[in-house]
Design a protein around this ligand. Structure first.
Ligand code: SF4
Length: 484
């Protein structure tokens, strides 16, 4: 099955987006809209849990929000003034129905639903401890560990139980949870994954992975949930809890490069503006004589605009995207699969023929798509093809909720820049430096003693312990049930 964008098949994928709205008579309908705005963060499955004052209700489905939450019947099956939702792109736990979030459990304190963006790096270790004590897991999702820890906490009130659970987990999490009386938004102590707080009207608050989900329902952005903070919303209003020791935050720097939507504000910066600045830095660091700057659609566009502005080389659309190809096109053979890229993208031959072009892309993961794009440009008659990448070489895996191939599959872990240039057959190849990327996000450079962001996929400098990763593969069977 083709993804929505064949060029994305060789990209890192964000795993999830979360949304929650408290105190609105059309909570579920607003959650559908919020998830629709967050669809880019996860396209495999979506789910919503609502609470009507007495009962919780849920609807979950594989596929896109617009295809599965599009009927009056579905919205009416999710009554209540509070709802949380989730879109996912699975890695941890696979894509089975049983792993679609929000997850729900009946605790001694009542119903409890959780939607989680991120990945716990000690989930397997904790899960084993819990199972040894008799816990019965329903899913293979690392997020279910959070529910079990809350369920088995010995603290009396729910907020303390959630804090108790969060103290035991490692890794990255932005969590939105719903109980009968409260909605809780929490971010891990380093703030690796994003979470914002918004307001629609007096007493009506929203949590969302990105501000674009506030915009779609007309809500105002109040602020980011701070790293290590729990924001609790109930009938008395908002309270903030900061139970963790203060640390240097390490939000994911790749949110700026690729994951977040360009119209979102992340870490107080416009994603679009940062991406343009990345292009400007790239042009300063590795300029080249050329006739036109061409973005690899769609994520390379803002960086290409910045590159063109800085270099003075004209920006042109040299690759045209066909928006009318269905996203569920089945590929019957290798030959057709190879043509898949052309189904959605085609070289703008009239512009490219005989020209020296600078292609701007956001990253190179395996390199397979770069090879196809460069070949497409050559076939269209480009005289020279130079490639500039809006992130440093991706040398290491992400363990914080982003789907990355194994390290040995990452082109930059096997080859230096010169070798990569030969592999993808370009006349020249350059990546933005790590300091250039930090300058683009508003820093003077990377503080190597205390880095301001998580950049582990470019540096191998992981900001949390990787407890599960240190275990052997064979030790980590999660479930004996095979999902169809
Ligand atoms: S490893 Fe890379 S993708 Fe993962 S959180 Fe860190 S910067 Fe983001």
């Amino acid at each position: 099955m083709l993804g929505t964008n064949p060029f994305d098949d060789d990209k890192l994928h964000e795993e999830c987006g979360v949304f929650g709205i408290y105190n609105h008579p059309e909570a579920a309908a607003h959650t559908v809209l919020g998830l629709h705005a967050l669809q880019h963060r996860g396209q495999e499955a979506a789910g919503i849990v609502s609470f009507d004052g007495k009962q919780f209700h849920t609807h979950k489905s594989m596929g896109h929000v617009a295809d599965n939450f599009n009927s009056e019947r579905v919205i009416q099956s999710l009554p209540g003034n509070a709802a949380i939702g989730h879109v996912r792109y699975s890695t941890t736990g696979g894509s089975a129905m049983r792993n679609i979030q929000p997850l729900f459990a009946d605790l001694s304190s009542g119903g409890f639903a959780v939607a989680h963006n991120g990945n716990l790096t000690n989930a397997w270790t904790l899960r084993k401890l819990l199972v040894d004590k008799g816990a019965i897991f329903q899913s293979t999702s690392d997020s279910e560990v959070i529910i079990h820890l809350v369920a088995t906490s010995t603290y009396m009130n729910l907020v303390d139980r959630v804090i108790d659970a969060l103290r035991r987990i490692e890794g990255a999490y932005s969590v939105v949870a719903l109980s009968q009386k409260k909605m809780i938004g929490a971010r891990d102590p380093l703030g690796v994954r994003p979470l914002v707080l918004g307001k629609l009207s007096e007493g009506t608050y929203i949590f969302a992975s990105e501000t674009c989900a506030l915009d779609i329902i007309g809500a105002d952005y109040i602020r980011d949930v701070e790293p290590g903070e729990l924001v609790v919303i109930d009938a008395d209003g908002i309270t903030s809890h900061k139970p963790f020791p203060t640390q240097q935050p390490r939000p994911c720097i790749f949110e700026h490069v690729y994951f977040s939507r360009p119209d979102s504000i992340t870490n107080n910066s416009s994603v679009y503006e940062v991406r343009k600045r990345i292009g400007q830095e790239l042009a300063k660091e590795s300029g080249v004589e050329a006739d036109m700057v061409i973005p690899v659609p769609d994520s390379g566009v803002p960086a290409a605009i910045g590159y063109a502005q800085q270099s003075g080389i004209p920006f042109e659309l040299g690759i045209i995207r066909n928006h009318y190809v269905g996203r569920t096109f089945i590929e019957p053979s290798d030959q057709i699969r190879h043509l898949g890229v052309k189904l959605k993208h085609n070289a703008n031959k009239a512009e490219i023929r005989g020209k020296r072009i600078v292609l701007i892309d956001d990253s190179i993961v395996r390199g397979t798509t770069s090879v196809k794009i460069v070949d497409m440009m050559r076939q269209a008659g480009a005289k020279e093809v130079h490639m500039r990448i809006a992130s440093p070489p991706t040398t290491d895996c992400c363990f914080y909720g982003v789907d990355t191939p194994k390290k040995e599959k990452l082109l930059a872990s096997r080859m230096n820049v010169e070798e990569m240039a030969q592999y993808i057959k370009v006349d020249s190849l350059a990546f933005i430096s790590i300091d250039g990327l930090y300058r683009a996000v508003g820093e003077s450079g990377r503080n190597n003693d205390s880095p301001q962001y998580c950049d582990a996929c470019f540096t191998g400098d992981y900001p949390t312990p990787l407890t599960d990763e240190s275990l052997g593969e064979g030790e980590k069977q999660i479930s004996f049930l095979t999902d169809s």
